[in-house]
Design a protein around this ligand. Structure first.
Ligand SMILES: [Zn+2]
Length: 156
């Protein structure tokens, strides 16, 4: 039974209210529902809109602790210009680097395999000829990579 039905029946059978017999109260609630549904309305459970917490942003000089490297966190990192219209960007998680095309219109999918982190990265033109890399942590759990099993015998 829908939760509101029990509450309505309780109200209708209340001696201080209409004091209906339970079966009559139930019948009445059913008839009211028939009217509501008959006019194309529905009674639905209202859900509270999920509070979307504002993203946590860490600056380029912040050394990330592993507990800070969670989904949705934004990390800014300095980049160094490289040959062929590319930049090297520091990674948010470790001392490795991401090699990116120097194009602020592109969005990069960056994975740090040893750290087990996936990012979306964009470059922001700093209007001084350089770029700032903005990483958003996408998945803080790396998929398991398939690998060759040493000394494995063929199954079957
Ligand atoms: Zn890493």
């Amino acid at each position: 039974m829908r939760l509101y039905r029990a509450k309505l029946i309780e109200l209708l059978t209340d001696p201080g209210q209409l004091a209906l017999e339970p079966e009559h109260a139930e019948q009445l609630v059913g008839q009211m529902e028939d009217v509501i549904f008959g006019y194309g309305y529905d009674i639905v459970l209202k859900r509270m809109p999920e509070e979307r917490p504002r993203a946590t942003v860490f600056g380029p000089t912040h050394t990330m602790a592993s507990r800070e490297l969670v989904e949705g966190v934004i990390v800014r990192r300095y980049t160094a210009l490289a040959r062929g219209g590319t930049v090297w960007s520091e990674m948010p998680c470790c001392s490795r680097w991401a090699h990116l095309k120097a194009d602020p219109l592109l969005e990069f999918a960056v994975r740090c395999q040893p750290c087990g982190l996936d990012y979306t990265a964009v470059l922001v033109d700093e209007s001084d000829g350089g770029y700032l890399a903005v990483f958003t942590i996408e998945v803080d759990e790396a998929p398991v990579m398939s690998r060759r099993r040493p000394n494995a015998r063929t199954i079957g």
